[in-house]
Each structure stands twice: as C-alpha cells, then as structure tokens.
Design a protein around this ligand. Structure first.
Ligand code: FAD
Length: 302
C-alpha cells in the first residue's frame, strides 16, 4: 500500500519497527510476538536494514514473509551503503513482485572501520529516493504511482552536519526528490521535536512527520540508545526518574514506559501525523502504552 493512502486512512498513524533476527531462536520469538503486534492493528510495520551487509537478506526474507503470511503492511528500510544501482533495482523488483508498496530510503551508517569510499552508487539518501521513485514508476507499483517513500529526520540534529539550517536544506532535498513522509530519530524531549517540526514547516517541508519513540526498559538499554542515537538529549527529569529506580529493573522499566507514554500523550494532543514505536521486536511496552492512553487496536482517534 502507498504510504499516502495509509496516512490518509490513519491519522495519526501508529506503526512499529522490527529488526531481522540473526538466530533461529530470534525468528521464533519474533514470530510468536507477531500475533500480539498484529492484534494492535498497526498502520504499518517497518523492518530495518543492516548497512553492514550481514543481515540484509534477512530483511528481505522478513518483509516478504510478513507480506505473505500476516495482515501487516511491511515497509522495508533500504540503505545506500555498499549498493550498486543494479543491486537496488533487484531488491525493488523483489519488493514490487511481493506487493510491497512503501520503502524507507536511508543512507545508512558505514560499518565500523569502513571508509566512505564503500558508499556505492548513491552518496546521499536523496539520490536513493530519486532512484526508488523512477524504479517504482517503471515497475508499475501502486497502480503506476510508484513506491511510497519515507526518509529519516533528526529533530536534535545529525552529527555530520553541525549547521542546523543546512540540515533542513538536506531534508528538504529528500522531500523534493520525492519522499512522501519523514520518520524521526528517537527522542525523549518533546519540546525539541515540536520546535524542529515548526522549523521544518518554515523551511517549506510539508511532508507528514512521524515521531519515533523508543521506551527505555532497562539501564543497559539507556546506554545503548545513547550510543545508537548520538546527540539525543536525555532530559534531567527522565534521568532523575531512572536514577531513583537504581537497582530495581522492574521500576526502571516502569519509569521508562511512563515517560514514553507521556511523550505519546503530548504528541497525540498536538496532532502529530503518526507515532512510530521502535519495538526491538518486543510488544510489551507498546501494549502498555496503548492501554494507558486508551488507544484501541487500529487507531488513536478519540
Ligand atoms: P542523508 O539524508 O544522506 O544524510 C546524511 C548526512 O549527510 C546528514 O548529516 C546530512 O545533513 C548530510 N547530507 C545530506 N545531503 C547532503 C549534501 N547534498 N551535501 C552534503 N551533506 C549532505 N541505518 C541503517 O543502516 N539501517 C536502517 O534500517 C536504519 N533505519 C533508520 C530509521 C530511521 C527512522 C532513522 C532516523 C535512522 C535510521 N538509520 C538506519 C540510520 C541512518 O541511516 C543514519 O542516521 C545515517 O547517518 C543518516 O541517514 P539519512 O538517510 O538521514 O542520510
């Protein structure tokens, strides 16, 4: 399905991110959890793509399996890193043949130790967006409209571009190249998100912006997030809440999910286009947020 149709049907959209498991046990566990995710009737689910290469085929396999065997609408991530045009074309052909209607176009990050020369035929995500648009139209996806295309946005900035006005120009270039929506990096400070959303609007970026939310569920998870999302601010009240729970894993989980729930409540109140949950393949935190906010399966409209 084209993302424009999904967003027109479900505003705000509620969606989940999965990663392709590396082990057989991981696949089994994800597949057991899929029933629980599916029961929440998300607008779509996205599947990450390893820019390093080792799990790439797993992404394709998971996307095709979700498409064939579940009612979920999978949106594969695709990265520039290390890919030639022919390779990207072959992946898009596979997705088109399996009824995938929307793709998230990213540059990816170089695998540890790799040099920028390994980038491949596409330098920036905007180049990939342009190519996906052309190919989607050629393949007649979504009745000839081409693939729906998403891109990444960074409310608290992207570390490689310190000039924040330049960052907005680069984001606008992705939308002008044909992106239909933006999904943000995870954030914990809603003020940063709202301010950035207003700046996007002023910069002429009119594509719907879907907010990325990742509940903290453990002390080690918090450290991993700080590594993964460089530059993300952890507000002092959040850190104080986590510090109060020191030594009590259940209390940390409770405090982290409470914070994410409050973020979601505020985002829904302020008419966000959608919320994308970084689930780490576990449904429990998302289910608790749904329950607390009174969100029913299939939608967040009151
Ligand atoms: P780009 O838009 O190309 O931007 C990268 C940097 O280049 C930015 O600093 C930008 O300002 C700058 N830039 C852009 N255009 C130009 C230009 N013309 N001239 C000079 N500078 C320019 N990574 C993965 O490997 N796999 C995933 O599945 C994945 N999923 C993600 C999902 C989301 C929602 C997000 C937010 C990130 C995800 N990432 C993933 C990480 C992402 O690939 C990295 O953060 C990467 O560093 C930036 O990707 P991008 O698509 O924004 O790149």
């Amino acid at each position: 399905m084209h993302i424009a149709d999904i967003l027109a049907r479900d505003t705000p959209s509620l969606s989940f991110e999965f990663f392709p498991p590396k082990s057989d046990a991981g696949w089994e566990s994800l597949y057991r959890g899929i029933t629980e995710f599916a029961a929440l009737e998300p607008s779509f689910v996205s599947v990450t793509y390893g820019a390093g290469g080792s799990t790439r085929d797993n992404t394709h396999a998971l996307v095709v399996r979700l498409r064939r065997e579940t009612p979920l609408e999978p949106v594969p991530h695709l990265t520039c890193f290390g890919h030639t045009k022919d390779e990207i074309r072959a992946i898009l052909e596979l997705y088109a043949a399996n009824g995938v209607g929307t793709v998230l176009a990213l540059r990816g990050d170089p695998p540890a130790g790799a040099r920028i020369l390994a980038l491949g035929d596409f330098r920036h995500a905007a180049d990939l967006v342009r190519f996906i648009r052309q190919e989607g139209e050629r393949l007649g996806v979504n009745g000839g409209r081409g693939f729906g295309i998403g891109v990444a946005g960074f409310p608290e900035g992207h570390p490689e571009t310190p000039n924040t006005l330049e960052q907005l120009e680069h984001l606008k270039a992705k939308v002008d190249a044909g992106a239909d929506y933006i999904v943000t990096q995870l954030f914990f400070d809603n003020h940063a998100f709202h301010d950035w959303r207003a700046r996007c609007d002023l910069a002429g970026i009119k594509a719907p912006i879907v907010a990325g939310i990742m509940p903290i569920t453990s002390g080690s998870g918090l450290k991993r997030m700080a590594d993964l999302a460089a530059g993300t601010r952890f507000p002092a009240p959040l850190l104080k809440a986590i510090a109060r729970c020191k030594g009590n894993a259940e209390a940390i989980e409770h405090a982290g999910i409470h914070w994410a729930t409050e973020q979601c409540r505020d985002l829904l109140d302020k008419d966000v286009a959608g919320i994308h949950f970084y689930t780490l393949n576990k449904s429990d935190a998302t289910k608790r947020i749904y329950r607390t906010l009174g969100v029913r399966a299939g939608g967040a409209r009151p």
